[in-house]
Design a protein around this ligand. Structure first.
Ligand SMILES: Cc1ncc(C[n+]2csc(CCOP(=O)(O)OP(=O)(O)O)c2C)c(N)n1
Ligand SMILES: [Mg+2]
Length: 327
């Protein structure tokens, strides 16, 4: 399939936005302005960007604990995301969600979450809801390879397939599950093969190649929108950083990480693809990167100018189930 220069440039810029945002978030954690666990998505940007380039603002998105990239790719505002990491009232979730719970209901981003496979059930639910309502929205759920070992994954795929729901299940197979290599704990190599058990199409793509991800997701989104049911996409990818900040990474070699950074960086690969076609020159490249750097710097300035949540806000938006049960 052929992609336009405009689309590639947009995806290139979006991958840079994720990369620089996260590097800054990591720096801010070191400075103490951002608190809590931070799971870096660097190296995996082509998955979020290639999938989300096929989505409309009203499509649903469910994420993982490693979701800054998913949210930015779907259109979440960078300023409010940085403010959220700073724990500020103007943040995407009023400063109470932090890195692992960023949501933006105005874009149907129903949230990152800290429970492995936690998004698969809700994404199947939004798929059911849109089918009942008769809209043509699709639901996308990102999850890691580790999530494919959880019951929720199997339940979600079963009902997604049984009811022919408009859901795209996107597994980011980065070959590691916290501090364990997938090859030491999995009995099938490709997560895409598991789709056969649920009678749905399963596709495995090179997750470092945004053009391949874009094409595979495009087919899946079209099938879902036109009533053809769900698809399981496995994107083979790699995280450049440890599981979360501070991980000593004793389970993998520096040489392996260096190999992926040098030869399999999705940003470098797209740059080479565009340069070959003369869609990207030195000047455009420098302009894109400096605009992204400025946007990220501005988000930090914005977050610094925000206010702390008021103590009274602590119980707002909290469902008091005990109260409900006794009423
Ligand atoms: C139900 C559950 N079990 C365990 C954990 C602890 N945990 C957090 S991330 C993670 C590994 C997830 O691996 P994967 O799904 O491959 O995602 P990745 O971190 O590689 O993106 C684990 C075990 C958790 N958060 N939730
Ligand atoms: Mg993983």
């Amino acid at each position: 399939m052929s992609l336009s220069a405009d689309l590639c440039l947009r995806m290139y810029r979006d991958m840079w936005r994720i990369r620089v945002f996260e590097e800054e978030a990591s720096r801010q954690t070191g400075l103490g302005t951002v608190q809590g666990a931070l799971h870096m998505y660097c190296g995996e940007e082509a998955v979020a960007v290639g999938v989300c380039a096929n989505l409309r603002p009203d499509d649903y998105l469910l994420g993982t604990h490693r979701s800054h990239g998913h949210c930015l790719a779907k259109g979440a505002e960078m300023d409010r995301m940085m403010a959220e990491l700073f724990g500020k009232a103007e943040g995407s979730c009023g400063g109470k969600g932090g890195s692992m719970h960023i949501a933006d209901l105005s874009l149907n981003i129903l949230g990152a979450n800290g429970i492995v496979a936690g998004g698969i059930g809700p994404a199947t639910g939004t798929g059911l809801a849109t089918k009942i309502r008769g809209t043509d929205q699709v639901s996308v759920c990102f999850f890691g390879d580790g999530a494919s070992a959880r019951g929720t994954f199997h339940e979600g795929l079963l009902f997604g397939s049984l009811w022919k729901l408009p859901v795209i299940y996107v597994c980011e197979n980065n070959q590691y599950q916290q501090w364990v290599a997938r090859k030491n704990v999995a009995v099938v190599d490709s997560v895409a093969d598991m789709a056969a058990s649920y009678a749905m199409p399963g596709v495995s793509v090179d997750g470092q190649d945004v053009t391949a991800v874009y094409a595979a997701a495009g087919e899946a989104v079209e099938r879902a929108r036109s009533g053809g049911g769900p698809t399981l996409i496995e994107a083979r990818t790699y995280r450049f950083h440890g599981h979360s900040l501070g991980d000593r990474q004793e389970y993998r070699s520096e040489a392996e990480v260096e190999h992926w950074r040098q030869n399999r960086d999705p940003i470098k690969l797209l740059a080479a693809y565009m340069r070959e076609r003369q869609w990207l020159g030195d000047r455009e490249d420098a302009e894109i990167q400096s605009a992204v750097n400025a946007e990220v710097e501005a988000s930090v300035a914005y977050a610094h100018g925000c206010t702390d949540p008021s103590p009274e806000a602590v119980t707002a938006d909290v469902l008091d189930t005990a109260w409900r049960v006794t009423q």
